[in-house]
Write a protein that binds this ligand. Sequence first.
Ligand code: MLT
Length: 255
Amino acid sequence: MAYDEVGSGPAVILLHGYPFHRSMWREQIDLLSGAGFRAIAPDLRGMGETRFSGEVATMEDMARDVAALMNELKIDQAVVCGLSMGGYVALEFIHLFPSRVQALILAGARAQGADEAEKKSRQEQAERVLTEGLSPVADAMLPKLLARRTLAEKPDVVARVREMILRTDARGAAAAQRGMAARRDHSNDLSAINPPTLIIAGREDTIRAPDDAEFLHSGIQNSRLEIIDDAAHLMNIEQPDVFNQALLDFLGAIH
Ligand code: MLT
């Protein structure tokens, strides 16, 4: 498993979304390592530099990979932060390994599993990415991943996100889509989540809308909710200062 590890102190594990890789956490790795944390950002299986040739990369497999990485790095407990697909993996991780989570951060995430329509659409997207590659995925996703102002005013962010998508391996992307189609429904597990939890949503996110964040917030007792303006699904890249401040406030309160 490829990963970045920067800084020393309490461990914070950053789990990226689809179809991205660990470089999406660049600003947060810099922030956390500079603020006395050990920031660890892996490439989930099939994405970035972590190769995977199977047909399905489940959220459970990815969560078990994270636990194995923690074992290798001799980390018993960490703050686990996931965005979107990384959020599904984080929810799966706390389901499987509750005692290993010191605190949880869920951004652009959703507790519910995929319904039949979502499963069908993900199967279709998996087939399509295998035949057509990532370029149509980038064209279709960019207007949803980024807020209007980001699209209009931050061409560097648009270019960075497009480039990240185009670097993704088509087989890895298809395997992740199939894994997301099969993800567990965590709706009834939320009340069992005890560690402090920060939930973050982009106000303009149409992939995982603020309603999904409200649902997580109402189910997880010890949680706080931040909604970021002028941001959509990739809120940590679109509004890094606001996102980072939310992280620091949350981590400062628990450490
Ligand atoms: C992501 O950013 O990880 C994906 O958009 C997640 C999803 O398709 O649900």
